[in-house]
Design a protein around this ligand. Structure first.
Ligand SMILES: NC(=O)C1=CN([C@@H]2O[C@H](COP(=O)(O)OP(=O)(O)OC[C@H]3O[C@@H](n4cnc5c(N)ncnc54)[C@H](OP(=O)(O)O)[C@@H]3O)[C@@H](O)[C@H]2O)C=CC1
Ligand SMILES: O=C([O-])C1=[NH+]CCC1
Length: 344
């Protein structure tokens, strides 16, 4: 009998492959694949949430199981590709306060052969989760914000970015936005000021070239921002309508979640905004009570090129999708295999 032991790839083995070109391409493929009119075949059943503890779900912890099959999607390296995977991810918002601190979000992805069902690999996916979530914001910002100003705006147009919540997600959003777009000013706000200061220092060291300010309030951070990324566990709104640039033309990546996904952004903002999601099917289950209609899935906008108008306020309501994890994990596995083939 052949050896059916799955390969294990720890964080150190996965890390070098999580480049922005690889992750962005895989996430864009997933966003397009879930759209009904897409030529890809996607099965992404509802993820399950197992609460741990009997009180507030967010304070106690959660285990999510996230399965997906994405068949026949386009990749630049392999042409058509397929992937079958299931991510297991926990969310323990108190982990950052532990001594030593632990990430709030911890994950592994199981990747299967889509031909035989055999478990091919188990991959540490904590950083993968952070990066694919940031990639969903990058891709959404490209199509929902920049493309309203023309085909090259993501390269030519300078922007001011606000980061509200400077934890793991906020830090990675700040770094990636500064590295990917022409950020002239970065405004950072965090509940505890120390983390915003840490982030400002990090950006100075790693990127440079833009003004960085630490702001006392989310209002101060948002008032001149073109693009806002909010990633916290806040149960109460942090971003209000009167905090936004009066001229409009603002895009918000709403990444985090309190007890409900859309608790970080006030209803007054949603009511003025065009709201986009990663996936309708997940939105139906997880965005019950969203105070505005959903305009489209991000993948629909990419495929149709039906971009928002210059002065629109747009919200990308990010939930995170299993197909994003599956496409990124598959791309990492393919890259690892290609490296092994080259060595042989
Ligand atoms: N959409 C998606 O695909 C994904 C979403 N997420 C979500 O992103 C969010 C951030 O995750 P992550 O960065 O890993 O977590 P971290 O614990 O690293 O950071 C959380 C940040 O939120 C701040 N915060 C926590 N509670 C509040 C509050 N009540 N009001 C204001 N600020 C608060 C913390 O501030 P302080 O320093 O003061 O504690 C901290 O800076 C979470 O909601 C998580 O579920 C995560 C992965 C994927
Ligand atoms: O999609 C994801 O992995 C998560 N969304 C919220 C917590 C983790």
């Amino acid at each position: 009998m052949s050896d059916t032991t799955p390969a294990y790839y720890g964080a150190d083995a996965v890390g070098p492959f999580l480049t922005w070109p690889l992750v962005n391409e895989a996430v864009e493929s997933a966003l397009k694949a879930v759209v009904k009119s897409s030529p890809a075949l996607t099965a992404q059943p509802r993820r399950t949430f197992t609460p741990i503890g009997s009180q507030s779900v967010q304070d106690q912890g959660l285990l999510l199981t996230m399965p997906a099959f994405v068949g026949n999607y386009e990749t630049s390296s392999r042409g058509g590709s397929s992937t079958l995977a299931c991510k297991l991810v926990t969310s323990f918002s108190g982990n950052a306060q532990r001594q030593p601190p632990l990430p709030s979000i911890l994950a592994h992805v199981l990747v299967f052969s889509h031909q035989t069902g055999q478990l091919a690999a188990i991959m540490e996916a904590t950083d993968l989760t952070t990066r694919r979530t940031v990639a969903a914001s990058l891709v959404s910002t490209k199509y929902l914000y920049f493309r309203r100003f023309g085909p090259d705006a993501e390269v030519t147009r300078p922007i001011t970015v606000a980061i509200v919540g400077c934890g793991v997600q906020g830090q990675m959003h700040a770094l990636a936005f500064c590295q990917s777009f022409r950020v002239r000013k970065l405004l950072c706000n965090n509940r505890s000021r120390a983390k915003a200061e840490e982030l400002a220092k990090l950006i100075g060291l790693e990127v440079g070239g833009q003004a960085v300010e630490v702001c006392e309030s989310s209002r101060e951070a948002c008032h001149e921002a073109d693009v806002i990324c909010v990633a916290t566990f806040a149960k109460e709104p942090l971003i209000h309508s009167q905090d936004l640039k009066p001229s409009g033309g603002v895009h918000i990546n709403a990444v985090g979640a309190g007890e409900i996904h859309f608790s970080e952004v006030a209803p007054s903002v949603y009511r003025r905004s065009k709201v986009y999601v990663d996936c309708y099917a997940n939105a139906e289950a997880e965005l019950v009570g969203l105070p505005a209609p959903i305009t489209a899935e991000v993948g629909e906008v990419i495929l149709s090129k039906d971009y928002p108008k210059e002065q629109d306020i747009t919200v990308f309501q990010s939930m995170g999708m299993a197909s994003e994890d599956a496409c990124v994990a598959q791309a990492v596995l393919d890259a690892i295999s290609a490296g092994k083939d080259k060595d042989e």
